[in-house]
Design a protein around this ligand. Sequence first.
Ligand SMILES: [Zn+2]
Length: 381
Amino acid sequence: MDYHTYTEQLSQLVALPSVSCADPALDCSNKAVVDLLATWFEPLGFDCRIEPVLGYPNKYNLIAVRGSGDGGVVLSGHTDTVPYNAERWEQDPLALTQKHERLYGLGATDMKGFFPAIWAALQAFDGVSFKEPVIILATADEESSMSGARALSEQQFPKARYAIIGEPTGMRPVNMHKGIMMEAVRVNGQAGHSSNPALGNNAMEAMHTVMTEILSYRADLQARYHNPTFEVQVPTLNLGCIHGGDNPNRICSACELHFDLRMLPGMSIDELRQGLQTRLTPIAEQTQTDIIFSALFPGVPAFEQPANSALIETVKKLTGHNPESVAFATEAPFLQAQGLQTVIMGPGSIDQAHQANEYIALSELAPAVKTLEGVIRAFCV
Ligand SMILES: [Zn+2]
């Protein structure tokens, strides 16, 4: 393991800001990161395509391919990071710093550190012609809209059979996570003087009925769905924020509620939205209000790669670990939608992700590179 090159490469990546955020004041382009990655992988024989993400100006995916065929493996990572508070860091978040056998920097573990690990693993295949392709995918906007992974269906993504997403799992294979939806319900009533309820139609009172109905839907879902592999074994629904009305002596004319729903594998976003809509429609009739139910973002489906699939069997052997579930959502369902058996497995720990003083431990790197070499050997050589 060439730690010097790894550290040099990771410091180049960390130095390029690539925050993705729904707040346009914080959001950055990821172009410099994908351009840099292309300069690393082209000399290793990869054909590099940099594809714009339609509808998201200045956002790009890198698709780099070496070899051809219908099988092969995708090694996938996201190029963006979450926003950061520089004043909470003990060193410059954009200047990779080595201390106590750790490399500190924004995105070091989540997940810029995966790309130099791929580069290191490929050194074992200098001059080897692959029977099936190795494809490197570097996506935009995983931390915000997942627009990069969503765009793959329009980007003529090459054929492959397997995908490793190198999110930090300490190189333990993860084959399951929950999905997430974030939804809004807006109730429009009619304002009026509070002394006479007949003068208006109280949106907050209608929202009270809406909330009761949503909580009863949650209870139904939790009675119907259960998965013992998760720490929280049932789907969850959290009423997150509510805004309505303006004055105690005015009939409330409008009220808006935001909530999230985290579903288990096997639950579909479309069916859940339908289920919610079916419960809200009668309340609108009964209360004579307008109830508008909408998504705050398209949602990330739940993910499950069956434990008996070829990919999971292979990484189980390579790592000595059985597949696990995690609490965070990833791009895995979008790669699976491309027909790929998919597993989440990368160096570093999720405990350091999205934190000040994020780091990756040097001790994790050599085993990660060795496992990636094993994956390439198993599927491409
Ligand atoms: Zn990540």
